[in-house]
Design a protein around this ligand. Structure first.
Ligand code: MF3
Ligand code: CO
Ligand code: CO
Length: 294
């Protein structure tokens, strides 16, 4: 004898207790089917963002870009990096937001300012900007609990031809990384495209620092390396929000950290540039939540 258990009719109430017809509930969506959001959280610890979350990060990104508009006004020879810090701090707080770097893992200031051979995480201070410097300004803001992260390398006065070339190459690296940031590709495709271009131009890609998920926190999974292999890494899906932030050197890729425990410099003293945006993955590509021309 077989069992006497009856088969649930298509129009009967669903056995899961939802109150809906079986055919409109678990018959078409087996209980075991995991949503993409649940799958990404369990497998990769990645928190996908809802349209409402993305709107919150976009508003934060708008404030970051308004802050850049103020910063660019004082990027001239004679300005100190401390003055940039004061401007970023005050402007951010005046708009009801917080500068994320301040006290982050003990970081002492509200913005990162990285001059010439400084790769990233430069601490603002008494340094006086001079004609020909290149300066990366990295602004991360928290607005209504949402984080947006963006950096740009600027010329102070007139750049040397080699500095101008490095900065143009680095901007193009971010553009090529962004173009890979779409469903159907993987995180590895982004780094692959960046590394291939940078090295073809005779530059090198910093390995020790990477892009990252962002939005609910400063740094979330996944890591987004700016080097790597095609098809490797997490498959990109709508709702992911992460940065791409290539650091490109004129010399070798090797870096070291100064005794202040923050300032990262090139080992060979060569120039380094960086550009960063926060991207939200859409159905067919990505949207920059901290947009500037690439
Ligand atoms: N904004 C940097 C990034 O792009 C992180 C800076 S951490 C700080 O991830 F503490 F130095 F601010
Ligand atoms: Co970042
Ligand atoms: Co940043």
């Amino acid at each position: 004898m077989g069992t006497t258990k009856k088969k649930t009719g298509r129009n009967a109430p669903c056995p899961c207790g939802s109150g809906r017809k079986y055919k409109q509930c678990c018959l078409k969506k087996p209980q075991s089917a995991e949503s993409t959001a649940e799958h990404y959280l369990r497998k990769y610890k990645i928190r996908l963002k809802s349209p409402k979350d993305i709107e919150g990060i976009r508003r934060c990104g708008d404030l970051v870009m308004a802050t850049f508009d103020e910063v660019t006004k004082i990027l001239v020879p004679g300005t100190t990096t401390e003055a940039i810090n004061t401007l970023v701090h005050d402007f951010t707080v005046q708009h009801g937001a917080q500068p994320a770097p301040l006290h982050f893992n003990g970081f002492p200031k509200s913005v990162c300012t990285s001059v010439n051979h400084v790769v990233c995480h430069g601490i603002p201070g008494p340094y006086i900007l001079k004609d020909g410097d290149i300066l990366d300004v990295d602004i991360t803001t928290i607005l209504n609990g949402y984080y947006a992260d963006c950096n740009q390398t600027f010329f102070i006065g007139t750049p040397s031809p080699e500095a101008a070339r490095l900065v143009a190459i680095t901007r193009e690296c971010l553009k090529r990384g962004k173009d890979m940031a779409k469903p159907g590709n993987t995180i590895g495709d982004i780094g692959w495209a960046i590394q291939r271009y940078a090295e073809a131009q005779g530059c090198s890609v910093v390995r020790q620092l990477v892009g990252h998920g962002v939005g609910f926190d400063f740094h979330e999974p996944p890591e987004v390396p700016h080097f790597g292999k095609r098809g490797h890494g997490v498959p990109i899906v709508p709702g992911m929000v992460f940065t791409i932030e290539p650091m490109i050197n004129l010399g070798t890729h090797h870096v070291r950290t100064l005794d202040d425990h923050w300032t990262v410099v090139t080992k060979d003293g060569s120039l380094s540039a960086q550009f960063e945006q926060t991207f939200a993955i859409t159905e067919d590509g990505c949207e920059s939540l901290t947009p500037f021309e690439l």
